[in-house]
Design a protein around this ligand. Structure first.
Ligand SMILES: NC(=O)c1ccc[n+]([C@@H]2O[C@H](COP(=O)([O-])OP(=O)(O)OC[C@H]3O[C@@H](n4cnc5c(N)ncnc54)[C@H](O)[C@@H]3O)[C@@H](O)[C@H]2O)c1
Length: 247
């Protein structure tokens, strides 16, 4: 059984693959991981992303199994290994249950659930064979509190992601493969702006720390969960929500 002891939060020598890397959180995580010493491959369906020098950007639609094989096989052949997988690709909808359509449910589940299943299904056995890997998925406070500004399809999809990561944590533990979840509250990215026009917390604020999150808040939490600093933590969901959710 592989044992990994905890140590400082450096990613020197590690290779990190990020999905949704052109988005608010994915981009910030990519940059933070690069600063911590990792070789970073950021992926997204966007044509390009302003990630700065040194980060390898590749087009990847997480809903496609063929694309998953192409991207992961390509990264393995170019870099020799993938130590870290961060799953940030996501879409949101806020339609209430009675008005929600099959198309919306299929679309939200396709990106937010199948888009997590595809890369983890491919990489998990490879990481197990190597005896090491860290998988981190963007879950949500929505999976715990029923949604801040999101609809039932999104809440259900994020709950599925929380469950899948726990399964991976149990199955992967004996092989040195970790799986954890970030459970952010509202973070000021394109996704949140689309939902709310970026209105801040109200006067009777539900955010004890008094502000919404920034992508950098998320990136530093992601660094903790993907680095040796958290080598005795797996299967957890870390609330990064300014105190909106206390567990
Ligand atoms: N912003 C928030 O308040 C918040 C809170 C909790 C959880 N989250 C989750 O965090 C993750 C990142 O969100 P964000 O706020 O950075 O949003 P964002 O919209 O800035 O980024 C999401 C990215 O996913 C990409 N994407 C969409 N469909 C894709 C596909 N099929 N294949 C590959 N990439 C695809 C988009 O192009 C975009 O770049 C999402 O999973 C989101 O659900 C966000």
């Amino acid at each position: 059984m592989a044992h990994h002891l905890s140590g400082p939060a450096t990613l020197k020598g590690q290779v990190a693959l990020i999905t949704g890397g052109a988005g608010g959180m994915g981009m910030s995580i990519s940059k933070a991981f690069q600063e911590a010493g990792a070789k970073v491959i950021a992926t997204d369906i966007a044509e390009s992303a302003d990630l700065g020098p040194g980060i390898d950007y590749r087009h990847y639609d997480v809903t496609s199994k063929e694309d998953t094989d192409r991207v992961i096989d390509g990264v393995l052949s170019d870099y020799g290994q993938i130590d870290i997988l961060v799953l940030c690709a996501g879409t949101i909808a806020r339609t209430p249950l009675a008005e929600s359509t099959d198309e919306e449910w299929d679309s939200i589940f396709s990106v937010n659930v199948r888009g997590v299943v595809n890369p983890t299904r491919k990489l998990f056995p490879i990481m197990c064979d190597r005896g090491f890997g860290k998988i981190l998925a963007a879950g949500s406070i929505a999976a715990k509190n029923g949604g801040v500004a999101s609809g039932p399809a999104y809440v259900s999809a994020k709950s599925a992601v929380h469950g899948l990561m726990r399964w991976i944590a149990k199955a992967g533990g004996p092989h040195g493969v970790y799986a954890n979840i970030l459970a952010p509250g509202p973070v000021e990215t394109a996704m949140w702006a689309k939902l709310t026009d970026n209105k801040g917390p109200s006067a009777n604020s539900t955010v004890p720390l008094g502000r919404y999150g920034t992508p950098e808040d998320i990136a530093q939490a992601a660094l903790f969960l993907c680095s040796p600093a958290s080598n005795w933590i797996t299967g957890t969901s870390l609330d990064v929500s300014g105190g909106m959710w206390m567990d």
